[in-house]
Write a protein that binds this ligand. Structure first.
Ligand SMILES: *Cc1c(COP(=O)(O)O)cnc(C)c1O
Length: 392
């Protein structure tokens, strides 16, 4: 890692330091839209990027800059760009690589809004995406066309926790001269480092584990200096999806404990997955930490631990899934994920209700599928909560 420092040290310190003017230990929230220059020459130099400095918060802000430095360090990228939300990160990053006439090869199991962006928004600008109906790298290769300009995927994926071989997809991209982009939200940089595995760009919904407390929206793009410079100057500044200084400050604060929270999330999730796997009312459990999961060996190779997202199929179909969601007392019935608090959703009646049933089933989102974002409460209490909800 950077300067030989460990992840924990970078998560706490990278990008930050005492204020050179006041000595304030914590990074101040620079709640200012604009920055003053001493004279016309200085302002011209800052605008011309001949002199470091800030001019206007949509172009850059010291609190946001600190977050970007921390994000780059913890994910081992040269540079990072913070955005207003995960979708601002995803749309900015894709628009940086895809123009009219271009084609994207994408995984089938994707966050809903990312799928919509690729499937519905790219065609508006005369570009298109093919969704590969398997996890096999050969099938990604078969989908490549002469005009393919990007390979886009998630691992683990939402909500059925498919695992893709990150290093193999990165090699595929390199051998065809096509950039690869991963949504690393479910793992977080504490568990998975796609850039050293050869991926071109990593994107995040920082709203989730990076924030960790369910109180701020944000997004992140990590890549080479050139790539981040181009995404900032060509796309983000003009489309305008910048993060607020206050949310950047909340994310700085969240990331400082990421390396402590993730092992606690993962240990709870492993226990819950094992409990669910032997429960008579549960048909199937999707969790890469279970030995029967088809991606278990690849996950073991590319992740430090298996994450804290679980989905499982309840016996009793649609109504069975709804019943479990209605029966819990500690789990909060809420979308989102990566919160310290445990969350539960029944996908078919909520997050995927707009997806036609046939299409939903084809991507593994069955009628009784329940998704858990396992928090950092006591595992025993969470298991007891699910047990009583399953027995209802
Ligand atoms: C939540 C999420 C997003 C979208 O992020 P927002 O911060 O809500 O815009 C993208 N990808 C994944 C995997 C997510 O979980």
């Amino acid at each position: 890692m950077k300067n030989g420092r460990q992840f924990a040290t970078l998560a706490v310190h990278a990008g930050e330091g005492p204020c050179k003017v006041t000595g304030a230990l914590d990074t101040p929230i620079y709640q200012s839209t604009t920055f003053v220059s001493a004279d016309s020459n200085e302002m011209a130099a800052v605008y011309g990027e001949e002199k470091p400095g800030f001019m206007y918060t949509r172009y850059g802000n010291p609190t946001i800059h600190a977050l970007e430095e921390k994000l780059a360090a913890i994910e081992q990228g040269e540079a990072a760009l913070a955005t207003a939300s995960g979708m601002a990160a995803i749309s900015t990053a894709i628009l940086g690589y895809v123009k009219t006439g271009d084609h994207v090869v994408a995984a089938r199991s994707l966050y809903g809004a990312a799928y919509n962006f690729l499937n519905k928004k790219l065609p508006r600008m005369g570009a298109s995406a093919t969704f590969v109906q398997s996890t096999r790298v050969e099938d990604f290769e078969k989908a490549i066309r002469p005009n393919t300009r990007l390979i886009y995927f998630e691992s683990p994926s939402n909500p059925i926790l498919e695992i893709l071989d990150i290093a193999a997809l990165a090699r595929l991209g390199q051998s065809h001269g096509i950039p690869t982009m991963i949504d690393n939200t479910f793992a977080s940089p504490a568990l998975q480092q796609p850039i050293p595995l050869g991926v071109t760009v990593s994107v995040h919904s920082a709203t989730k584990y990076l924030c960790g407390h369910g109180d701020a929206m944000g997004g992140a793009i990590i890549g080479s200096k050139d790539c981040i410079y181009q995404l900032n100057h060509e796309i983000l500044r003009d489309f305008g999806g910048v993060i607020s200084p206050f949310n950047a400050w909340l994310l700085l604060r969240g990331i400082r404990t990421l390396h402590l929270r993730m092992p606690a999330h993962c240990a709870n999730a492993q226990k819950i997955a094992e409990f669910l796997a032997q429960h008579p009312k549960v048909e199937r459990v999707n969790y890469p930490g279970l030995p029967h999961h088809p991606g278990h060996d690849i996950a073991k190779k590319q992740m430090k631990a298996f994450g804290a997202m679980i989905s499982f199929e309840v016996k009793g179909g649609y109504e069975g899934g709804k019943k479990v969601m209605d029966g819990v007392q500690i789990f909060a019935r809420a979308a989102s994920l990566g919160d310290a608090r445990s969350l539960i959703v029944h996908s078919a009646s909520t997050s995927h209700r707009a997806v036609p049933r046939e299409q939903r089933l084809a991507i593994g989102i069955t009628d009784g599928l329940v998704r858990l974002s396992v928090g950092i409460e006591a595992a025993e209490d969470l298991i007891a909560d699910l047990d009583q909800a399953l027995h209802n």
